[in-house]
Design a protein around this ligand. Structure first.
Ligand code: ARG
Length: 285
């Protein structure tokens, strides 16, 4: 794992679209999505074209026909959270809705624990997992990832009066994390399983910190900022634990869906939609 002790904190939306091969060109995915919009009347024409259009929604088989089912853990602001009325909101939710729209599908959000959300996509119970998911070598063995759509940072939250001033000071302390996350994986690798407590979600980990049950919480920087803002007496260390890339995960080998997602992401980046969604949820400092 990468320990970046002098990293500047902050969250930026960074697209690595050019870095990943195999995605449809902008021209062909535009053609595909305009076709998808009129696929009802011209389904014959569309399906004969489908053979040559990898990003065509007409040839996508999804878990539920007509829907793009996204598994997530909606307790991770500002990427995904549950509003008071029970609806889902956040960067991932809006980007996913925009992708679904491009593919002529309706977004279906399935909220569950984070580790279950990863498994759902791996096992084809959902079409994709979008949950601020960090791309790791281990995960790449069991699922395929889209192009990167955001950058994440693992941060350390401590009480304001804590003697923990750097990542190294976590040695010998009790660390709270969310189960199944990279924060959990890094901390158990670096400090041993006995030093790390896994909670159902980031908020419960932060509540445990507030109650003195753990000495620190390691979690992604954007939710860390939200949790610290909502709880007095906590602060985020200036130095970060690790830097990461977020991407959308799909079942291994689901190339048709992956190409369609990457084509849509590319268009959403090019027309500024992606940035405007981020700006809505993450205010410039
Ligand atoms: N980026 C971290 C990971 O992939 C944490 C993601 C947690 N996401 C969530 N929606 N709870 O492990």
């Amino acid at each position: 794992m990468k320990k970046l002790t002098a990293l500047l904190l902050g969250t930026a939306m960074v697209l690595g679209l050019a870095a990943c091969g195999g995605s449809a060109s902008t021209a062909s995915s535009e053609a595909a999505s305009s076709e998808a919009a009129s696929s009802e009347e011209t389904s014959e024409a569309a399906s004969s074209e489908a053979a040559s259009e990898s990003a065509n929604a007409a040839e996508l088989t999804t878990v539920t026909a007509g829907k793009l089912t996204m598994s997530t853990n909606a307790a991770f602001p500002p990427y995904e959270m549950t509003a008071d009325d029970g609806s889902f909101e956040g960067i991932d939710i809006e980007v996913a809705a925009a992708i679904a729209d491009k593919l002529g599908l309706e977004l279906q959000v399935d909220d569950m624990d984070f580790d279950a959300a990863l498994l759902a996509a791996q096992n084809g119970k959902s079409d994709m997992v979008m949950a601020g998911v960090t791309v790791t070598d281990e995960r790449q063995k069991v699922m395929d990832f889209s192009d990167t759509y955001a950058e994440g940072i693992q941060s350390v939250i401590v009480p304001e009066d804590s003697d923990i001033a750097s990542v190294d000071d976590l040695a010998g302390k009790t660390i709270g994390t969310q189960r199944g996350t990279t924060g959990y994986i890094y901390c158990t690798d670096d400090f041993g399983e006995d030093s790390v407590v896994a909670y159902d979600n980031g908020l419960t980990a932060v509540q445990a910190l507030n109650n003195g049950q753990v000495d620190a919480v390691v979690i992604d920087n954007a939710p860390a900022k939200e949790f610290v803002a909502a709880n007095t007496g906590l602060k985020i260390l200036d130095t970060a634990y690790a830097q990461e890339d977020y991407a959308i995960g799909v079942a291994k080998g689901n190339t048709a869906l992956l190409d369609a997602i990457n084509g849509a992401l590319e268009e959403l980046q090019a027309d500024g939609t992606l940035q405007s969604i981020v700006d809505k949820y993450i205010k410039a400092e």
